[in-house]
Design a protein around this ligand. Structure first.
Ligand SMILES: Cc1cc2nc3c(=O)[nH]c(=O)nc-3n(C[C@H](O)[C@H](O)[C@H](O)COP(=O)(O)OP(=O)(O)OC[C@H]3O[C@@H](n4cnc5c(N)ncnc54)[C@H](O)[C@@H]3O)c2cc1C
Length: 310
């Protein structure tokens, strides 16, 4: 199979790029390893207030609007279609799919985003689904009205703490390093009597019987006067400790930073000829829907200029 522009990843960056490409009359193909477009939007359980024109609705509602818009613009979209490799040689670029198929393209845009990071402590995998959760929204029914620890210091952790508090849970927010959540979330957490924040706290293990009962935690506020390790009795723990880039599939061919985020120049070009990147996989500041949308559009403008010049 061949496309003029192949976009890998149908989150906000990839969808924006594909729509722009269509408008600029590039022969574009959009693919995603998930069953539907939207990427991380499927995990946004509130109204993202920084998206102009999107006056109400949550992330999945915005993702559904993307699917409708792609269909209306007749953008070719292949879902459940995972990229596992990329090569560029002799003016030809090709992406390998799980299953062995190769798609050739004059240009490739990597928009494969990020996924959640694990704590990687004893008990995390053992109690997954039995008190260990990665989404307070998804597991709200089993966590409502209970003692729950939320681990993390970013937007997702603070949002999950607020969600659990609304569900009647007593929440301990364990923040390992600096609080990174946006001001709005910090203010709401500070005003919420059901949420206790412990900073400089590191979870070392998750323990229990048929489900999670205890977290072992080192540090914590005033840690110099506290024992090195304390036990926190909980009924559940929600882990929200950041992200890792979905770049394993192309890391051996494209220069990345030490954490695997793709390095791009000011035109969003990667180190691999005729391969560009946009959105969270490039570690933008801030990683967000509007920035991903903007980068998707910018990358396509750059790509078109190069393709049409050639
Ligand atoms: C809980 C939460 C709340 C958030 N709240 C906000 C907010 O209020 N406002 C805001 O602006 N931003 C918010 N964000 C961040 C925002 O969702 C992201 O910045 C944005 O989705 C990034 O878009 P993207 O297209 O770069 O990547 P992603 O959304 O990560 O999409 C990447 C896509 O690539 C696909 N993919 C990955 N690897 C492959 C592969 N090998 N082959 C094929 N497809 C692949 C994935 O399936 C996915 O669909 C939030 C994020 C989360 C998790």
């Amino acid at each position: 199979m061949r496309a003029e522009l192949l976009v890998v990843g149908a989150g906000p960056a990839g969808v924006s790029a594909a729509l722009w490409a269509r408008a600029l009359e590039l022969d574009v193909l959009l693919l995603d390893g998930a069953p539907a477009p939207g990427g991380q939007l499927h995990a946004v359980n509130f109204h993202p207030q920084d998206v102009p024109g999107f006056e109400q609705g949550d992330g999945p509602a915005l993702a559904a609007a993307y699917a409708r818009q792609l269909a209306a613009a007749s953008v070719p979209l292949r879902t459940d279609c995972l990229a596992i490799g990329i090569r560029s040689a002799g003016g030809h670029t090709a992406v390998e799919l799980a299953g062995g198929e190769w798609i050739e393209a004059a240009a490739v845009l990597v928009a494969s985003g990020v996924r959640r990071r694990r704590l990687d402590v004893p008990g995390e995998r053992e109690f997954d689904g039995r008190g260990v959760s990665y989404s307070a929204n998804r597991d709200r029914d089993s966590l409502a009205g209970r003692r729950v620890a939320v681990v993390g210091g970013g937007d997702a952790a603070f949002e999950n703490a607020l969600l659990l508090s609304r569900a009647g849970s007593d929440v301990t927010l364990l923040v390992r390093g600096a609080v990174r959540a946006r001001h709005e979330f910090r203010a709401r957490v500070a005003a919420d009597e059901r949420i206790r924040v412990i900073e400089r706290a590191r979870v070392t293990s998750i323990e229990g019987d048929d489900r999670v009962r205890v977290l072992r935690v080192t540090g914590g506020q005033g840690s110099s006067t506290h024992p090195a390790e304390t036990e926190l009795a909980v009924d559940g723990v929600v882990i929200k400790v950041g992200v890792v880039p979905n770049s394993e599939w192309c890391r051996s061919s494209i220069i990345c930073d030490e954490e695997g985020f793709l390095r791009v120049d000011e035109r969003l070009a990667t180190s691999l000829r005729h391969v560009w990147a946009a959105g969270d996989v490039t570690r933008p500041h801030p990683p967000s829907i509007p920035v991903a949308i903007g980068q998707g559009a910018q990358a396509v403008a750059m790509i078109r200029a190069v393709l049409r010049a050639g």
